[in-house]
Design a protein. Structure first.
Length: 441
């Protein structure tokens, strides 16, 4: 399933702002220290999903959780503590340029268990079919929801709406928000980590979770190294309008310059992800809308109909980045901070969400066994759960890019034959669909 959206594009929409009054009996450099069981660094989609997933432990087990978010958050009307009226939800509309993310069916099921999917689904576009092809070749594969016996293979949800729903859920929980605030210093201690915040607060966290997309520099401050393999490509992302209904079809098309993807959005809009060789994107960024649409039409063909409008164009460099460590005593790394993937198969956020699920399950089982959330046993359990899934997804996404990135005649014919064969072979096609849906690790 195509498209991942960097966590930095999340637009925070609501928060339960704490008074940010440190509590606790000890002092650190003149500051009172607030003790918490879990400190989540980053209140974007991954961090907010973790907070929502910890709801039962917060409400019924007394788990004390703090969220530290650098970006200011605007409260919901009438207040963050009250459920918004139906009219407010009905009136909410993203701009044409609003970014969106592909949510696998397995991820939607997880959000349903958290009690937030019905609200998310109100603004979601269902993916009924995924069409995979290679430019210049006849082969194509179609993954169909009805063949899998499901309502949808996945969904496309505006990031701002997903964040709004998650933050609304967090507003119902007795957790502490430190927002806007940054972690300016982090220090391992016997009980976990001390976190000095830009607001002046100091937290002592039994478990610190880095869910900040890797942008804060905390990984580097802790000496956690990452392996990076640049693809020498950039992703150009924009919303486009098509001249006919898209019928819930998502497209993945491989070209010599890199893959292209189109995701269905409400109405006749679609989100475009167009991979370019590094440096070649500048010319297309400078094109007029009309000239850009003409080149897009020539590159993609007419399978989605005529492209009639394009919004703002954004560019992101593409690399495969994996942290060498995802756990330490009192520390866990989630989301883009742990793994940044090519958006070709849309696995990044869905992989991160499964990491959230596994971490919460490890914490819950650890508590039942008398282990603290940041204990070595709890984090070892989390790492065992994540290892195979992360390895398999990284290999799948990276292998797909490298396979279709080789411009060699015989291999191109073999790929085309493979796509045709995959479309004819039901069990293999269904296996690929299960991976796209997030129901197979």
């Amino acid at each position: 399933m195509p498209q991942d959206t960097p966590e930095s594009t999340v637009e925070p929409t609501a928060s339960r702002l704490s008074a940010n009054v440190p509590q606790g009996s000890c002092q650190e450099g003149g500051h009172a220290v607030e003790r918490v069981d879990v400190a989540i660094i980053g209140g974007g989609l991954v961090g907010a999903s973790l907070g929502a997933a910890l709801a039962e432990l917060i409400e019924h087990s007394g788990l004390k959780v703090a969220v530290v978010e650098a970006a200011p958050m605007a409260p919901l009307a009438p207040s963050a503590q009250e459920a918004p009226s139906a009219g407010e939800d009905d009136a909410w509309q993203p701009s044409f340029d609003a970014r969106a993310s592909a949510i696998a069916a397995g991820s939607a099921a997880h959000f349903s268990r958290l009690g937030v999917w019905s609200a998310m689904a109100a603004k979601a576009s269902a993916i009924s079919l995924i069409h995979v092809s290679e430019k210049g070749r006849l082969g194509a594969t179609r993954l169909r929801a009805d063949e899998m016996g499901v309502e949808a293979l996945g969904y496309v949800v505006p990031n701002a709406w997903m964040g709004r729903v998650l933050h609304r859920r967090l507003a119902e929980l007795p957790l502490d928000w430190h927002c806007p605030a940054r972690v300016e210093r982090i220090e391992p201690v016997a009980a976990g980590h001390l976190l000095w915040l830009s607001s002046g607060s100091v937290l002592e966290a039994g478990l610190t979770v880095l869910a900040d997309g890797g942008r804060s520099g905390l990984k580097e401050a802790l000496g956690i190294e990452s392996d990076a393999a640049p693809y020498d490509q950039v992703a150009m992302i924009a919303n486009v309008a098509v001249g006919r209904p898209h019928q819930g079809v998502a497209y993945e098309r491989f070209t010599r310059q890199g893959p292209m993807a189109l995701l269905p959005l409400p109405g006749q809009a679609m989100e475009l992800v167009w991979t370019h060789e590094k440096g070649s994107e500048q010319r297309r960024l400078a094109l007029s809308d009309r000239a850009f649409l003409e080149e897009l039409q020539a590159a993609f063909g007419d399978r989605a109909g005529a492209f009639v409008k394009v919004g703002q164009r954004h560019v992101y460099p593409l690399s495969l980045v994996t942290a060498r460590e995802t756990t330490r005593p009192g520390l866990a790394v989630l989301g883009n901070a742990a793994h940044a993937l090519h958006p070709v198969a849309g696995q990044g956020f869905n992989l991160a969400l499964r990491g959230v699920i596994d971490l919460v399950e490890a914490i819950e089982q650890g508590l039942e066994a008398g282990q603290a959330p940041g204990s070595a046993a709890t984090l070892a359990s989390f790492e065992r759960r994540r290892e195979a899934d992360q390895r398999n997804v990284v290999r799948f996404s990276d292998g797909l890019i490298r396979l279709f990135g080789i411009d060699q005649s015989l291999l191109s014919h073999a790929r085309a034959a493979g796509l045709i064969g995959l479309n004819l072979a039901g069990p293999l096609r269904r296996g690929l669909a299960r991976r796209a849906m997030g129901s197979e690790r």
